[in-house]
Design a protein around this ligand. Structure first.
Ligand code: CTP
Length: 473
């Protein structure tokens, strides 16, 4: 097995070897290289102690010296070099109380989570694969190194990582490992929101968001996202639906696959394009927007369980969008998301059920209410939502959406005013005209906007000033 190491990684390994130490690339980068994917980052493991690593390389950063990690800087990029270690007892299911360094590579590999993550490589020795990680990688199996229960006791996050990797790679979880996942799921309560959030993000962005069903069955969501359990347990007796709320939600997540594949397999260039948001009919989103979209899809019906009313002609979920937006906000706060993500998901959930009135005026009003900035995301969310509903009822919903998209395109092409910012006059102009700053001035601007939404030709400075003068009197 030959793995192409980046020049810098090869250089660091060779320097360490020339100074009499052992050194290998290890973990995720080896797994990804064998799979033919470009690794996100390259970790190096060595028999050299941190102080010894620091003597060899000119520029280093003490990233986690007490855990044996030094970052070697080459050309502004950092490479983490960690001393072979045997973790001590884990306190709080998360942090090893103490770390013991060792000169035995196998001791270091033994402490890692899964066999596919426990392989090391350098040019001289080739692949070091004590736990048959290569075989599991080829057969598509997630298996803990040694005792799964022990690995999960050391770090309970691994319980969720097992399913996250199975979702990213499309792998099955081996029987003993899966048994331990279920038995130990409750331990996730001791793991920080930030670490759980990172795993959930990767899971829902993966090509297999359907693995969320496994997190439900294993009792993981009961701890980290109990709202999904309620969704999985809520039937919807309605001509629009063929799945319960939870399965509908997961099916909707599956519909944005084309975007995800591009992201997963994208070259750096493609990723850069996505970061810069290349405009392709509003269908390409950068990574943050993609994440927002996925969370909005995951949570769009989160309050259906709470709003369900069953009548003779089926189930109704009145008010679930408004209430759902509040609940989505609380969930994302609990998971310590940033405010921009929280606010955008809130708005998307709030408007996910909106039926567009297809007149130009109706559409301008809709954009004004919802916000031009989230319209593309909203269209994508609605598309995914419809695709996960009863196919028999799809046609008319898609027609409405297609028309709405065309109208939005038109509004944007003509640069029609859809908010106060785009109005050709502002508060300053009104003050110059003798308005007093305050409520009535704000109301005047709102009244003018109302008129402009109705008739965009009115959005001329002089016309608006004349109209404002009338309101003043
Ligand atoms: N690791 C572990 N237990 C954890 C986290 C990490 O044993 N809870 C080990 C694994 O060997 C893993 C390596 O540390 O391969 C690097 O961890 P990390 O960067 O979190 O994961 P990757 O495997 O690189 O995968 P990804 O980047 O997708 O998270």
């Amino acid at each position: 097995m030959k793995i192409e190491l980046p020049r810098e990684v090869d250089y660091i390994i060779n320097e360490l070897i020339e100074h009499g130490y052992e050194a290998y690339a290890v973990g995720g980068c080896i797994r990804d290289s064998i799979l033919g994917k470009e690794p996100e980052d390259w970790d190096i493991t060595t028999s050299a102690k941190p102080s010894e690593v620091k003597k060899i390389f000119r520029r280093t950063v003490d990233t986690g010296i007490q855990h044996g990690t030094v970052t070697v800087m080459l050309d502004k990029r950092g490479y983490e070099v960690t001393t072979y270690r045997i973790d001590g007892e884990y306190e709080d299911n998360r942090h090893p109380q103490n770390v013991e360094f060792t000169v035995d590579l196998s001791e270091d590999l033994k402490r890692r989570d899964f066999t596919i993550n426990a392989m090391a490589y350098n040019k001289q020795k080739g692949l070091v694969d004590i736990f048959n990680g290569l075989c599991d990688l080829q057969e598509g199996i997630i298996r803990c190194v040694g005792s799964a229960a022990e690995r999960f006791d050391e770090d309970a996050l691994r319980i969720l990582r097992a399913i996250r990797f199975s979702a990213q790679l499309g792998f099955e979880i081996e029987g003993e490992t899966l048994k331990a996942v279920t038995e130990k799921a409750a331990k996730l309560q001791f793991i920080s929101a930030e670490r759980i959030r990172a795993e959930l993000n990767k899971l829902i962005l993966s090509p297999h968001p359907d693995k969320l069903i496994d997190t439900y069955k294993a009792g993981i969501t009961k701890v980290v996202l109990p709202e999904l359990d309620a969704m999985m347990e809520t039937q919807q007796n309605s001509p629009h639906h063929i799945y319960n709320v939870g399965i509908h939600t997961i099916k909707a997540l599956e519909q944005v696959g084309h975007q995800k594949e591009l992201w997963e397999n994208g070259t750096d260039k493609q990723k850069q394009n996505m970061d810069n948001k290349s405009q392709n009919d509003g269908m390409n989103f950068n990574q943050k927007e993609l994440l927002i979209l996925h969370w909005a899809i995951l949570l769009h019906d989160v309050e259906k369980p709470g709003c369900k009313v069953s009548g003779p002609e089926g189930d109704h979920f009145y008010g679930h969008a408004e209430k759902g937006a509040e609940t989505a906000r609380n969930i994302l706060r609990r998971l310590k998301f940033d405010n921009e993500t929280i606010d955008t998901v809130y708005r998307l959930v709030r408007w996910h059920d909106y039926r567009f009135a297809l007149t130009p005026q109706g559409m301008r009003r809709a954009v004004n209410k919802i916000g031009n900035d989230i319209m593309d995301l909203l269209f994508e969310l609605k598309t995914a939502d419809i695709l996960a509903q009863n196919p028999e009822e799809r046609k008319e919903k898609f027609e409405n959406l297609a028309q709405a998209k065309l109208r939005l395109k038109d509004i944007r092409a003509k640069n029609e005013c859809v908010n106060l910012k785009m109005l050709k006059i502002n508060g300053r102009d009104l003050i110059d005209m003798g308005f007093k700053p305050g409520r009535s001035m704000g109301e005047t601007l709102e009244r003018l906007l109302e008129q402009v939404l109705e008739n965009p030709l009115l959005n001329e400075k002089q016309t608006l000033l004349d109209m404002a003068r009338q309101y003043k009197n």
